[in-house]
Design a protein around this ligand. Structure first.
Ligand code: PMP
Length: 351
């Protein structure tokens, strides 16, 4: 007998690399290449140090109020966490407490199976179709809950709102979590459906479209009942999840809607240009509605290309996993960064 027998053992999620070198082109973690809204800078310049002496508001009232105005959802239907990873982990812990397996796609955000293992939640993955689309019929059987990112990651492909609605409507006895981390880049949110389905939780983040990956702000919207249960678990874990400065930064980001829309528009335009260039170079990819492209070359080996790009100071993401090990996930950077990537590829020859 050793104390190690009582240890909770998990195989942790491995986040994308955050290299220390300067002057690299970083297209590996789907960050936004543009700075946060100017109002955020103002908060950082003027924030009073004295504020930090006191505990923050455990209800995250100011930020939830600003989210309520932005999304036109009542405050008691919004939950805020430290990045959507925190919101998702808390949701797994709260809603997936049954005996039946929870369901999610075989190719998806690689944190889901980590949380399932960590919280000892039984799970089953459902194979995406050959074109990486979701078959809603896979989600019609008995289950303990469902989680689907839409658009999906790392494929970038979006399921239509009626496909998601079919899944939500067919599972009134399960909580269905739709992870909309990438929805702001031209996707169609299922948020309007929370009025009709009390089992639907929509999760979003400030990390991508609002350029605040470094601040860690995520949120979920759903029925009052769902949010109530989430809060019960949160307050049983840590009442003060969000600090005062982050709350102020989040409110500032929401205050400039025009900046947000413009940023998303620029990224979508760069993405569409990059798609054309990649196609011309012999790449194929699911039609991305996100700030990344999941691309496969007709002859080049993806792992080798990943290594060669890295050596040239261009970081992308490679997943050495079945069905996707011939793909690279390329985040959308600035026009200049994408041009540098395309120029590299134009001159590239694989040994
Ligand atoms: N969901 C998906 C599908 C993601 O790709 C990510 C980013 N790694 C997240 C959630 C988490 O993002 P964050 O915690 O930064 O909000």
């Amino acid at each position: 007998m050793s104390w190690e027998e009582n240890v909770r053992r998990v195989v942790p999620y491995v986040p994308g690399e955050q290299p220390k070198e300067q002057n690299i082109i970083k297209l590996n973690t789907n960050e936004n290449p543009y700075p946060p809204a100017p109002a955020v800078e103002e908060v950082l310049r003027t924030f009073g140090t004295e504020e930090l002496r006191k505990y923050p508001d455990p209800t995250v009232g100011s930020l939830i109020g600003a989210l309520s105005d932005t999304y036109q959802v009542p405050a008691d239907q919004i939950f805020v966490g430290v990045g959507s990873d925190d919101v998702l982990a808390m949701s797994f812990l709260t809603f997936f407490h049954g005996k039946k397996p929870i369901l999610f796609p075989d190719i998806t955000y690689s944190f889901y199976d980590v949380w399932a293992q960590e919280f000892e939640i039984p799970y089953e993955t459902k194979a995406l179709k050959e074109d990486f689309s979701i078959d809603p019929a896979d989600y019609m059987g008995a289950n303990g809950g469902i989680v689907i990112p839409n658009p999906n990651a790392p494929t970038g492909l979006e399921a239509r709102r009626d496909t998601i609605e079919m899944i939500v409507a067919s599972n009134p006895d399960s909580v269905v979590i739709i992870d909309e981390a990438y929805v702001d880049f031209g996707g169609e949110s299922v948020l309007p459906l929370i009025e009709r389905y009390d089992n639907l939780l929509v999760v979003m983040t400030f990390s991508k479209s609002r350029s605040l990956a470094g601040s860690r702000i995520g949120f979920a919207m759903g029925s009052k009942k769902l949010i109530g249960y989430l809060n019960d678990v949160k307050y049983s874990f840590n009442s003060y999840t969000m600090d005062r400065l982050t709350m102020a930064v989040g409110c500032a980001a929401l205050s400039d809607h025009a900046y947000f829309l413009d940023c998303c528009k620029r990224i979508v335009a760069t993405r569409e240009w990059t798609k054309q260039e990649l196609s011309a170079l012999g790449f194929s990819f699911p039609d991305s509605h996100t700030n990344f492209i999941f691309a496969k070359h007709k002859t080049w080996n993806a792992k080798q290309l990943f290594t060669d790009l890295k050596a040239a100071g261009i970081y992308v993401r490679y997943f050495d996993k079945p069905r996707i090990n011939e793909y690279l996930r390329i985040s959308i950077g600035t026009d200049e960064e994408m041009k540098a990537l395309i120029d590299f590829l134009k001159n590239y020859q694989q040994a």
